[in-house]
Ligand binder design. Structure first.
Ligand code: ATP
Length: 309
């Protein structure tokens, strides 16, 4: 089971489009695919795949991460009903659950271990897991990076993307050290969201991005079909299978599938100290109606004074 995180702390660069497109293209090949919507905005869940939000009383990824609910990962999964899936394949989704994630995100100043997501999915049975990360180098992204076998990074060819890539590299180093895992490889950098013909500025930025030396994968062309597919809650590979966007996602899926033989099993999850989440999220639940500062202070008092791991 290969785990790929789609990550870039810059907003609106095409993470969700790339996550959904490549997950759907893998499922189309007859592979069993799990897409995790780790972004509290929930765009993959609701905007792109037209799935309903998780009702507050149901099991959810946020509850599983915080261990306020314990059960099999299958109970978190919904199967997307409108994707072209090859024989034997499936496109399953773990939707986001916005309310709790918002709380978790507010705790991002606290250093907490990063293995919660890896634990939730360690017994999942898929060929590929694709994680759509939030636009932040926060606790949720750290969890994805701890669990992942490699990353896909969508970029726009401009100066801010070059800076974003440098920051991301710093973060990869930080996560690697803090959860003590092996280096996190780039499965690819995916340029997109620019017009053709490319401006001289964009060409120069793309050349500079290439200097990082990461594999540069198929460019995903701009096209209104992306929004049309989303309006139908359907991946573009199903909605408009002949388009250049669908073709690009299939090429990216082929690259991901090529890596899979290297990663037959999820990375082992260390048997680390389980301290924080259960207690402190119970506390979060009780402080939900407090103002932010009150809630943070209460939580801070519950946390260990130095990180464990
Ligand atoms: N190839 C494309 N052509 C046209 N529009 C696109 C394309 N890819 C993405 N978009 C649109 O651009 C917007 C941003 O894309 P997307 O939501 O995938 O970015 P994101 O990085 O996940 O955003 P966020 O950082 O907010 O999570 C969306 O409205 C999406 O439909």
């Amino acid at each position: 089971m290969q785990i790929t995180s789609v990550v870039n702390q810059k907003g609106g660069v095409g993470k969700t489009a790339l996550s959904v497109g490549s997950a759907a293209a893998l499922a189309e090949r007859g592979l069993r695919v799990l897409l995790i919507d780790l972004d509290p905005q929930g765009h993959a869940t609701t905007e792109m795949l037209g799935l309903p939000e998780v009702p507050p009383q149901s099991p959810s990824l946020a509850k599983a991460l915080t261990k306020t609910w314990k059960g099999p990962v299958e109970d978190l999964v919904v199967t997307h009903p409108r994707s072209n899936v090859g024989p034997g394949g499936t496109l399953d989704v773990i939707p986001t659950s916005p309310g709790m994630f918002d709380l978790i995100r507010r705790l991002d100043n606290f250093r907490v271990p990063g293995w919660q997501l890896a634990r939730v999915i360690q017994f999942a049975n898929y060929d590929h897991v694709i994680i759509d990360c939030p636009p932040a180098l926060d606790l949720l992204t750290n969890n994805a990076l701890a669990a992942t076998h490699g990353i896909l990074v969508p970029v726009q060819p401009d100066r801010t993307s070059i800076r974003a890539l440098r920051l991301l590299n710093d973060q990869l180093g930080y996560v690697r050290e803090s959860v003590q895992r092996e280096p996190i490889p780039y499965f690819g950098v995916v340029p997109g969201l620019y017009r053709r013909p490319m401006s001289t500025y964009a060409q120069a930025a793309l050349a500079e991005l290439q200097e990082f030396g990461y594999p540069l994968l198929s460019h995903v062309p701009l096209g209104v079909v992306m929004n049309e597919a989303a309006a139908h809650g359907t991946p573009v590979t199903t909605y408009a299978p002949e388009t250049t966007q669908a073709v690009a996602f299939r090429q990216i899926a082929e690259i991901l599938e090529g890596y899979r033989t290297r990663y037959p099993a999820p990375a082992p999850v260390p048997d680390a100290d389980e301290f924080v989440f259960e207690d402190f999220i119970t506390e979060v639940a009780q402080t939900r109606n407090d103002n932010d500062n009150g809630a943070r202070k209460k939580l801070y008092d519950l946390l260990p004074k130095k990180p464990r791991g």
